[in-house]
Design a protein. Structure first.
Length: 55
């Protein structure tokens, strides 16, 4: 969507509203998938989210 179109939508009150939590979650899922591709060769690999133990 170009800036002129967005400006026109804002003027009429129909501009899309950003959903920041949804965006952040989708971005994190993409990053995780990228790391999975690098580490395992498969994008949809499962992950276990754990914190490292302090020695």
């Amino acid at each position: 969507m170009g800036p002129a179109r967005l400006k026109a939508l804002r003027a009429t009150g129909r501009a899309p509203v950003a959903d920041r939590p949804l965006y952040a979650g989708a971005r994190q899922n993409g990053i995780r998938a990228g790391y999975a591709q690098l580490a395992t060769g498969e994008r949809p690999s499962t992950w276990e989210r754990t914190a490292p133990e302090n020695a």
